[in-house]
Design a protein around this ligand. Structure first.
Ligand code: GH3
Ligand code: MG
Ligand code: MG
Ligand code: MG
Length: 323
């Protein structure tokens, strides 16, 4: 019984994100060596934000790379460093590309500001600094940054939900089906075989009936971990149904795939499943069907043949691999 990933579930996630964010103060890195403005920012930021002061440009770069800042405030009129170089560094590094930059600008430095805007500075405050203006411009940049972070995060989460199974974290059936055809086409161009393995836990109903659905779920999770541990990075492991799994192995011949399957089968049957916080040990077995792609074979027919092999493994007495 695979849980359906619905859009309402995605809605729940975005709400919990908002909660998380409410308790997290925004973080500002100030790169300025002007004593007067630094003191001013300390005063007006401290209430609302976590503020870090770093007048040294090299140090600031280290902080930016490691820290999770929501805003960089950079003085453009420092004599100790090249602020424009710092701004372009921030824009060019993957880790800081999205970081808003607010600059503090001296009237005489307007040409620097224009260059800065070209590089990707988001906003500026002119010296002498007006506190209210600084507050408003700071808040605007931070809100925009946090809004974008939330969108990005929700986007990644929904992508994840769309392709993975929520109980096990393995790919879901739909994702696997969609990609298997592409994998087969690629393999055909490279003249490489693709193997498919289907696994089904033996007598799984008994686990549910004897110990309950929760224990059944735990077994499914542990089973998934063992599959994950026994396949390579390029293999595609998916939860195909309730307690049924498919592993797609590109660039693999049948003899290698049988060896992998046999090793996994033995590991499953020889190492008991520890569940209910270690209070219960279950001896389980699984049956495995393995097959290799033929020339120009569709994903459907490949999966069908693997399923037939699995069915034979069950019929022949379970706890075995049928190729
Ligand atoms: P066989 O050896 O023939 O495979 O026997 P089996 O008992 O494993 O039979 P079958 O594969 O047909 O049944 C699988 C059972 O798994 C049926 C269903 O109640 C249960 N199941 C499916 N999805 C889940 C799930 O997400 N959690 C739990 N706990 N049980 C599930
Ligand atoms: Mg069955
Ligand atoms: Mg079963
Ligand atoms: Mg089954």
């Amino acid at each position: 019984r695979l849980r359906e990933e619905t859009s309402s579930e995605m809605g729940v996630i975005s709400m919990s994100d908002r909660k998380e964010e409410a308790i997290q103060r925004a973080r500002i890195l100030v790169i300025d060596d002007n004593e007067y403005s630094v003191r001013m920012m300390k005063e007006i930021y401290a209430e609302t934000y976590d503020i870090t002061l770093e007048p040294n440009m090299e140090e600031a770069q280290v902080l930016l790379r490691g820290g999770d800042y929501d805003l960089a405030v950079i003085s453009l009129d420092s004599s100790n460093y090249d602020p424009l170089r710092l701004c372009s560094k921030i824009r060019s590094l993957e880790e800081t590309r999205q970081l808003p930059i607010l600059t503090l600008v001296d009237e005489s430095d307007k040409d620097k500001l224009i260059k800065g805007m070209e590089i990707g500075v988001n906003d500026y405050v002119m010296r002498p600094i007006d506190a209210n203006e600084l507050i408003v411009r700071t808040r605007t940049q931070i809100l925009r940054k946090q809004y974008q972070d939330r969108l990005r995060h929700n986007f990644h989460r929904s992508m994840e939900l769309a392709v993975t199974d929520s109980l096990t974290g393995l790919y879901n059936r739909r994702y696997m089906s969609n990609h298997l055809d592409a994998i087969l086409q690629r393999a055909k161009l490279d003249y490489k075989p693709v193997c498919v393995m289907i696994l089904d836990i033996d007598f799984f109903k008994r686990v549910n009936d004897t110990h309950g659905h929760h224990v059944g779920d735990e077994v499914i999770k542990e089973f998934s971990l063992r599959i994950g541990a026994s396949v390579r990075g390029i293999d595609l492991a998916c939860r195909y149904g309730g307690e049924e799994f498919v592993v797609v192995m590109p660039d693999t011949n049948l003899s290698v795939a049988s060896t992998v399957s046999e090793r996994l089968r033995r590991q499953i049957s020889e190492v008991p499943f520890s569940v209910s916080k270690g209070t219960l040990e279950l001896n389980l077995t699984c049956s495995i069907g393995v097959t290799v792609s033929g020339e120009s074979e569709s994903s459907d027919s490949l999966l069908k043949r693997a399923d037939k092999a699995l069915y034979k493994a069950k019929r022949d007495g379970r706890n075995r691999v049928v190729v």
